[in-house]
Design a protein around this ligand. Structure first.
Ligand SMILES: Cc1cc2nc3c(=O)[nH]c(=O)nc-3n(C[C@H](O)[C@H](O)[C@H](O)COP(=O)(O)OP(=O)(O)OC[C@H]3O[C@@H](n4cnc5c(N)ncnc54)[C@H](O)[C@@H]3O)c2cc1C
Length: 311
C-alpha cells in the first residue's frame, strides 16, 4: 500500500499532523522511535502545562493521552518503537525505511522534535551506579513517591515545577548551583510560597548508597555536607541528537534544524516539517506553535498529494 502521508515523530506536533491529515481523509501512518507523546511523556510527564489553550492546566502525560486518543479515533495508524532510518525517492513516491520495515508514501511530515533526546547527566560520583535505584532524570509518578525524601537538582522552570509538584506528597529540597534561579518570575514566586526547601550556591559532589540512594553530598562555600535522600531527580537540561536529519538530505539552518518555507515545505519535494525540528526567524519552541505548524504542514501535504482544483 502507498500511504498519502507518513508522519515521522509522535510528539504533539506529529500527533496534531495525524489528526489534521485524517480530517482531510488522508491515509496516515505516524511512526515514533520511542513512545507516543515526545518530550511531554519522556521528559516531563508529571508537569502541569498552563499555556495550552482550552485547559487552565493539564498534566503533560494527560495532554499527550488526549492527542493520542484523538488521532487514533480518527483512524490514524500509529506505531511506536520504530525508528526512521532513511527517506529515499521512489517511483513518484517516497520510501521510508525504518529499523523494522519499509513503507511507501506520497508525502512525509518530519516532526522529530529534538530527535533522540536524552537528559544531561551531572557527572558526579554514584550517578551511573544509582540510576534507576532512586536516581532519576524525570519525576516518577506521584503515587510512587509519597512520603519520600526527594532532592531535585536544577535551577530552571522544569526543575522548579518538578520540585513543587513533588513537595505536595514528599519532603522536597531543591538544589541549585547559582545564587538565583533561571526561571520565570511566576515560578520563582510560587516556589517561595511552596513547601520546597531551596539550597542555593551548592554543587553535587556525590550520590551515595550501596544498592539504592541513601543521601547526597553537597559542597557549599568550600564546605561538604550530606543530606538524606530516597529519591534524587537531576534536571539540568537535555542533549538532543539530530543525526538522522543529516541522512535525509534536507536543507538545514545554521542551527542544524530543518529550513522551512512559510507553508512548512522543506527543500525536498513532498517532504514537509513542523514542531521543534524546524527553524525560521522568530521560531518559538512550544507545544502550541508546533501544533499550529502541523496544521499548515498538513494543508501543504494535502495540496501536494490530492491536488484539489480549488487550492
Ligand atoms: C522540561 C520542558 C518543559 C516544557 N514545558 C512546556 C510547556 O509548559 N508548554 C509548552 O508549550 N511547551 C513546553 N515545552 C516545549 C515542548 O515540550 C516542545 O515544544 C514540544 O514537545 C515539541 O513537540 P514536537 O512534537 O515538535 O517534538 P517532540 O515532543 O520532541 O517529539 C518528537 C518525537 O519524534 C520522535 N523521533 C525522533 N527521531 C525519530 C526518528 N528517527 N524516527 C521516528 N521518531 C523519531 C521522538 O521519539 C519523539 O517522540 C517544554 C520542554 C521541556 C524540555
Amino acid at each position: 500500500m502507498t500511504y498519502d502521508l507518513i508522519v515521522i515523530g509522535a510528539g504533539p506536533a506529529g500527533l496534531t499532523a495525524g489528526i489534521y491529515a485524517r480530517t482531510k481523509m488522508m491515509s496516515t501512518l505516524v511512526l515514533d522511535a520511542g513512545v507516543v507523546g515526545g518530550q511531554l511523556v519522556s521528559l516531563y510527564p508529571e508537569k502541569g502545562i498552563h499555556n495550552y489553550p482550552g485547559y487552565e492546566t493539564i498534566q503533560a502525560r494527560k495532554l499527550s493521552d488526549k492527542l493520542y486518543a484523538q488521532a487514533e479515533s480518527l483512524g490514524c495508524e500509529i506505531r511506536e518503537k520504530e525508528k526512521v532510518m532513511d527517506v529515499d525517492d521512489g517511483n513518484e513516491e517516497l520510501i521510508v525505511r525504518t529499523d523494522k520495515a519499509e513503507y511507501h508514501t506520497k508525502s512525509i511530515i518530519v516532526a522529530i522534535g529534538m530527535g533522540m533526546f536524552k537528559p544531561r547527566r551531572m557527572g558526579c560520583d554514584g550517578e551511573l551506579e544509582l540510576e534507576g535505584k532512586g536516581l532519576s532524570y524525570i519525576l516518577p509518578l506521584k503515587e510512587e513517591i509519597v512520603g519520600k525524601k526527594v532532592v531535585v537538582f536544577g535551577g530552571g522552570n522544569s526543575a522548579i515545577e518538578m520540585a513543587m509538584m513533588a513537595s505536595t506528597v514528599t519532603d522536597t529540597t531543591l538544589v541549585h548551583r547559582r545564587p538565583e534561579f533561571r526561571a520565570d518570575e511566576s515560578n520563582v514566586k510560587d516556589l517561595a510560597s511552596s513547601k520546597v526547601k531551596p539550597i542555593m550556591n551548592a554543587n553535587l559532589k556525590s550520590v551515595n548508597g550501596s544498592d539504592k540512594v541513601e543521601s547526597v553530598t553537597l559542597i557549599q562555600d568550600d564546605k561538604e555536607f550530606d543530606i538524606p535522600a530516597d529519591l534524587v531527580v537531576i534536571n539540568i537540561g537535555i542533549s538532543s541528537d539530530l543525526d538522522d536529519l543529516k541522512r535525509w538530505n534536507l536543507e538545514l539552518t545554521e542551527n542544524g534544524l530543518v529550513k522551512v518555507g512559510f507553508d512548512m515545505t522543506t527543500s525536498r519535494h513532498g517532504i514537509f516539517a513542523c514542531g521543534d525540528v524546524v527553524d525560521y526567524p522568530g521560531k518559538y519552541k512550544q507545544i502550541i506553535t508546533g501544533c499550529g505548524e502541523a496544521g499548515t504542514a498538513v494543508l501543504s501535504a494535502y495540496k501536494f498529494v490530492k491536488k484539489p482544483y480549488w487550492a
